[in-house]
Unconditional design. Structure first.
Length: 189
């Protein structure tokens, strides 16, 4: 009985080596291209691109209709510093909570400001308060964001800043609040 020759026996070794080399190069190319096309972990943490108005959950804000909130909201900038690009004032979805403003870009988590809130329950005699541009803030760390409560002005204001936004939004809002709202003693009880 005569045995059939194997395909590998009939092909020159150089052709086999070339085929194996091409497979390795193609596999490496696919891996490199997938990383360049956004396959890193940072992009996975980014929210999907936003195309419409931003939905914001309402919270109790009994002083949202105050003159102080109206003054602050009118003075706020249309853009805030952000990473990697500036954040612009976002259109809020209806029904928008009163005295609420947000800034974002198409793929960022938003920075949200709410004016006229109740005194934060975390504001106690031992609470850590930080001064930013001459304004006193109580900070409360959350999951992926920090909420800063303005505590030395006539109304309580909350500024929620995502962890990847940097300090620019807090600094800019502090400068505006310090300019347009009168300072009052911090009320801790």
């Amino acid at each position: 009985m005569r045995s059939q020759p194997h395909l590998a026996d009939s092909l020159p070794r150089a052709v086999i080596a070339l085929a194996v080399g091409l497979v390795v190069v193609l596999a490496a190319g696919v891996i490199v291209l997938s990383r360049l096309a956004g396959g890193d972990d940072q992009d996975a943490a980014m929210p999907p691109a936003r195309t419409g108005p931003l939905g914001v959950v309402p919270v109790p804000a009994p002083a949202s209709g105050s003159a102080d909130c109206a003054t602050l909201l009118a003075a706020l900038p249309t853009t805030l510093p952000g990473a990697p690009e500036p954040l612009t004032r976002a259109q809020l979805a209806d029904p928008a909570p009163p005295a609420t403003v947000a800034w974002a870009n198409a793929r960022s988590h938003p920075v949200v400001l709410r004016c006229g809130l109740d005194r934060p329950r975390e504001l106690t005699p031992g609470a850590a308060i930080r001064a930013v541009s001459g304004v006193q803030w109580l900070f409360v760390e959350g999951d992926g964001a920090t909420t800063w409560y303005l505590v030395d002005r006539p109304v309580y204001v909350a500024l929620t800043v995502p962890g990847d936004a940097g300090t620019g939004p807090l600094q800019d809002v502090s400068a505006v609040a310090g300019r347009v709202l009168a300072a009052v003693p911090v009320r801790v009880n």
